[in-house]
Design a binder for this molecule. Structure first.
Ligand SMILES: Cc1cc2nc3c(=O)[nH]c(=O)nc-3n(C[C@H](O)[C@H](O)[C@H](O)COP(=O)(O)OP(=O)(O)OC[C@H]3O[C@@H](n4cnc5c(N)ncnc54)[C@H](O)[C@@H]3O)c2cc1C
Length: 313
């Protein structure tokens, strides 16, 4: 691991200002970032790592009228156990509670979970051995390589990685807003394959909080190979918004969380066993699996149906 300077930030704006040049990267719990630095997966390495954990007040979970305000430094364990989140944004509490292990949930933050980089094994291979699309290369090795965990809904900027953050589909389904030091971005427009990032953040932009509209009904389900500690193969979040519409969002199936308008149309008249089954079929009707990941289509179909059944009735 190369040496880097360590700076403790006292405010989000100070961290953002320091990170402007692109040679200083921010760190929250460090459970994702430190692994990428140790493995030296990037062609370039930060000169400085800015610790956000020293910023006061960015870890609160509070309500303001019809909205929950959750600080970017809120620990995943606290999000999972918060009565406010469990009552008004159940899908988010369930998703946070399914991330990794208790240890990582006590270190890892909501901001870090949302901003984590993709888990694609070509992108993450130590010493930058695959100079993939995300690092400025010409092609995505997963397109014809070992793509068993990759996208089943096509590419994003030529990248076929799949999103690996459990809380992201929940935030999109709940129509949350990501508040940064520069702007407010709807969660549905925040994610994707943008350079080494999995989101639209620019150098010198730090996430401060998430604003989550309260909903009466929402749910999350995850399929992973191991129950104890594992990234999602596919996950799914659904939410019924105040206008009665149902949002259906899959993760692990595309570089960004995949909102399925097809599934949403299938349950537009209400969620029942029949419409949930139809929504699962509709969701995967537009899938384009790669050579080794057609099995994920079956998992996505079933997960959509099961997650919708959690809010039926
Ligand atoms: C063994 C293992 C298992 C895991 N399993 C899962 C899993 O099942 N599901 C899952 O979703 N994740 C999983 N993770 C990934 C990760 O640890 C968690 O997502 C965790 O929530 C990351 O949070 P953090 O605060 O530690 O982020 P950090 O490691 O501190 O940061 C992650 C990234 O986000 C950026 N960042 C952090 N905070 C901000 C901010 N406020 N503004 C802008 N950028 C920011 C950092 O620069 C970095 O690029 C796993 C990790 C490990 C090591």
């Amino acid at each position: 691991m190369k040496h880097f300077k360590h700076m403790q930030a006292s405010s989000a704006d100070e961290a953002a200002n320091e990170a402007k040049a692109g040679t200083a990267w921010v760190m929250a719990g460090g459970t994702d970032l430190l692994g990428t630095l140790k493995d030296e997966i990037f062609p370039e390495y930060p000169e400085t790592v800015i610790d956000l954990k020293t910023i006061d007040g960015l870890d609160s979970i509070a309500e303001e009228g019809d909205t929950l305000r959750i600080g970017a430094l809120a620990k995943l364990a606290d999000v999972a156990e918060s009565d406010l989140v469990k009552t008004h944004a159940a899908a988010l509490a369930q998703a946070a509670g399914r991330v990794a292990s208790p240890t990582i949930r006590h270190m890892g933050t909501l901001g870090g979970n949302v901003c984590q980089m993709h888990r694609c094994w070509y992108f993450r291979v130590p010493d930058d051995r695959f100079h993939c699309r995300r690092k400025g290369g010409a092609t995505c090795p997963a397109r014809i390589g070992d793509n068993r965990y990759h996208s089943i809904f096509g590419d994003d900027n030529g990248c076929f990685a799949s999103s690996s953050h459990d809380t992201a589909p929940a935030l999109v389904a709940l129509e949350a807003t990501v508040v940064t030091t520069k702007r407010e971005v709807p969660a549905g427009e925040f994610f994707g394959a943008h350079g080494h990032r999995s989101n639209v953040l620019e150098d010198g932009e730090v996430v401060k909080e998430f604003r989550v509209p309260k909903v009466a009904k929402s749910a999350f389900q995850k399929f992973a190979l191991r129950k104890s500690i594992d990234f999602p193969v596919v996950n799914c979040a659904v939410a019924q918004t105040s206008d009665g519409a149902t949002r259906v969002v899959l993760g692990g199936v595309h570089p960004a969380p995949w909102r399925s308008k097809e599934a949403e149309e299938a349950v537009a008249g209400g969620v029942s066993a029949d419409t949930a089954q139809a929504a699962g079929e509709a969701a995967v009707s537009v899938a384009k699996p790669l050579g080794k990941n057609a099995y994920k289509v079956d998992i996505a179909r079933t997960l959509v149906k099961r997650t919708l059944m959690d809010i039926a009735g």
